[in-house]
Design a protein around this ligand. Structure first.
Ligand code: ADP
Ligand code: ASP
Ligand code: MG
Length: 409
């Protein structure tokens, strides 16, 4: 029996009617004879609602209890979707993360999936049941409930697809696939038919929230193709796979943006060996992930050092860096939260000159100032002020001719 894994996001199961419609789609898939495992997110915005509840009780919700609280959102939708399947005559069982055998590391709110014991899922598939699994959660070695980061049901789905040897992981959401830019920001964005893992990983890592970035990384490592499609229509969707583009016709594939950016700058840092390690090792020990780092060339053996972190990590980062600033004799510490990242991505850009200058000229033309720049082989990222994001995306979308009809790779 071949197995397929489907995942339905929050907007796809936001109401009882939506749950009924999703149940019908799953039933139709089951009728084709495959073993069907379904991963489901919490209904609509219910994870945000749970977060607001916690915030009304405390300024610092304990991470362990936050995970306990947030995991309930996916348990509700799992139970309801399973009931909806049974109500239309399909045998199904709902499993929470623990029951589904999803074992994670201990870091609450950002645990990593370490192993999956698939025995209970297999037992149920063998008896013909549809298995519905609560996304986003697992259980740590200490038997505490953990969650794998916001948007993490995608990662649950891909991890299960890899473990179960599924042919494909189908991710159903509220857009018809992966677009050349977030269609909510750029109405001219065009749906892509396919992308390779590397391109999708760059887009997701730099803010394209249509897929959780760790889901793409897992799919790449385990070579599990992902189909992103709408749960509201029957359109074809976007296939993300491990293939190479034969011809690099689509040089820039898409534009990603991310509003979750904060810049921390340490001014007047003495420029001698070991300084960078004394700043970044404690940040890494505290589990804070640093994105872009820029160090100015030194004048009189003093330099300025800037780096970016997610907004939610700012307070923690400042608490770690403040005492270090004093120990190393730097002059001051500042932070700026009104920033955003805009990235252009495409495997075809590899070793081709001219893309960076096109991007910088385009931003200059629309009056968007660039604060920081980073690149990979297939990506150029600029940090800009957040109020310029929409203008920047639309201008870049046009400059790189992404509206044009270049859908095939
Ligand atoms: P789900 O609840 O199904 O997981 P998400 O809200 O996490 O859905 O992801 C879908 C959203 O991702 C879309 O509504 C869209 O606004 C956003 N998005 C950002 N970048 C892109 C992109 N390049 N292509 C498609 N959607 C994108
Ligand atoms: N419900 C969780 C969230 O809103 C996980 C997910 O939807 O993927 O972040
Ligand atoms: Mg999502």
């Amino acid at each position: 029996m071949s197995i397929i894994v489907q995942k339905y996001g929050g907007s796809s199961v936001a109401t009882p009617d939506r749950i009924k419609s999703v149940a019908r789609r799953i039933a139709d898939r089951k009728d084709t004879g495959d073993g069907v495992v379904v991963v489901v997110s919490a209904m609509g915005d219910s994870t945000d609602t749970l977060t607001v509840l916690a915030d009304q009780l405390t300024d610092a919700p304990p991470p362990r209890e936050m995970d306990m609280l947030l995991s309930t959102g996916e348990i509700v939708s799992t139970a309801l979707l399973t009931m909806a399947l049974k109500a239309i005559g399909y045998d199904a069982i709902g499993l929470d993360g623990n029951q589904a055998g999803i074992q994670t590391t201990r870091e609450h709110r950002r645990a990593q999936i370490q192993e999956i014991d698939p025995s209970r899922i297999h037992e149920n598939l063998e008896t013909g049941k549809i298995v519905v699994v609560a996304g986003f959660q697992g259980i740590s070695e200490g038997l505490d409930i953990t969650t794998v980061g916001r948007g993490g049901s995608d990662t649950t789905a891909v991890a299960l697809a890899a473990k179960l040897g599924a042919d494909v992981c189908e991710i159903y959401t509220d857009v018809e696939g992966v677009y050349t830019a977030d269609p909510r920001i750029e109405p001219k964005a065009r749906q892509l038919i396919e992308l390779n893992f590397e391109e999708m990983a760059e887009l997701a890592n730099h803010g394209a929230r249509v897929l959780h970035s760790r889901a793409v990384e897992l799919a790449w490592v385990y070579n599990v193709p992902i189909l992103v499609a709408s749960s509201f229509t029957e359109k074809q969707g976007t296939l993300i796979h491990g293939g190479r583009n034969m011809e690099m016709k689509d040089k820039v594939k898409g534009i990603a943006h991310d509003l979750d950016v904060t810049k921390v700058t340490i001014l007047g840092v003495p420029d001698h060996p070991g300084i960078a390690a004394s700043i970044f090792s404690p940040l890494s020990d505290a589990g804070i992930s640093v994105d872009i780092i820029v160090q100015n060339s030194s004048v009189d053996k003093l330099t300025d050092l800037s780096f970016t972190v997610e907004r939610s990590s700012l307070d923690e980062a400042l608490a770690v860096i403040n005492p270090i600033t004093k120990t190393i004799g730097a002059s001051s510490l500042t932070s700026n939260t009104n920033l955003a990242k805009v990235s252009v991505v495409g495997a075809g850009m590899q070793s081709q000159p001219g893309y960076a200058s096109t991007m910088f000229e385009c931003l200059n033309k629309v009056g968007v100032n660039i604060e920081m720049i980073t690149t990979s082989e297939i990506r150029i990222t600029c940090i800009i002020h957040e109020e310029g994001v929409q203008k920047a995306i639309r201008a870049l979308h046009s400059a790189f001719e992404l509206e044009a009809d270049i859908e095939e790779s």
